[in-house]
Design a protein around this ligand. Sequence first.
Ligand code: PLP
Length: 350
Amino acid sequence: MPYELNNKIKELTPYEPITGDYRIRLDANESYIQYPKEKLQTALNQGLNRYPDPYAKKLCESFSKLYSVKANNVTAGNGSDELISLIVGAFFTHGDTLLTLSHDFSMYRFYGNVFGIKTEVFSKKTDLTIDVDALISYINEHHIAGLIFSNPCNPTSLSLNREAVIKLVSSVNALVVVDEAYMDFSDQSILDVCCNYSNVMVLKTCSKAIGLAAIRLGFAIANDKITKALRAVKSPYNVNAVTQSIGEIVLNDDAYVKECTANLLINKTELYNEILKLSQKTNLFEVIYPSSTNFLFIKTNQSKYIFEELLKRSIAIRYMGDYIRITTGSKAENKELIEALKEIVEGCLL
Ligand SMILES: Cc1ncc(COP(=O)(O)O)c(C=O)c1O
């Protein structure tokens, strides 16, 4: 009998980001800013024959200083993606239901499927905001074991206010994982209080505001009990030595992190205003959502057309059904994008 894949993974397809060689990449919410390579020499010069620190102690201390949390409550991961997979795979068991929201980051449900954890989806309102009271009732009435959602949200770019998140976590028995991958661009974090709750984890990443997507580095912050469990289930040397050292250098450079974040926000706002101006000349853009992130989320019935026309000009954005998602680039990249969008809009008006 030939070997058969099990039902959990039989139908799964590998995650396929846009891989072409495009001149301008505005599709993955990365930062366009590069940390000066000369400042990373010590990280690149170290010996590689020994295993790295399993608990990335110095790195977690750098993180804890930057974000004013206790290092003992911080766990480093090989990207926050690894932490999401660990949490979904280890903190839930067969028979548990994990709740995700729609629209939200697709990997939450993906890992639920991989680990055979039942996932349910709670729909956001038509304006893509979250009805928190209805969500709380749903969790309590359906005996949901866990909720995971991004705040601010990828892809909607909207942020749920801190009071609402705190009300949510204190009104349910479920484990609530708040993925704050984009919170550097907003001010509604619950990082300062998350360790006071028995049922909360906050996730952070270095892939967005901090501009280190290539080194794969993320963090989970939670109370002592959850942190101990997370450290117990992770693989021992999950964050490699080069990533630990680079992360340490950049996270210690708080002036740099603040400047990058401010820079990305300025460019995002300029891009938003330019697209808003353009939208007044056409009915191509139905809704441009107010963004709390480094990207814009736009509803348009011409999403595929816009996406393909931009690709022809070697500009990659994200196509998502009735929507497009555009990461802010540098000023020059944004300028080229706007010029291209103008051409596309004019083409539509002819
Ligand atoms: C909401 C959200 N969480 C997590 C991630 C993954 O981040 P990382 O690069 O740290 O794995 C992303 C990446 O796009 C994201 O949008």
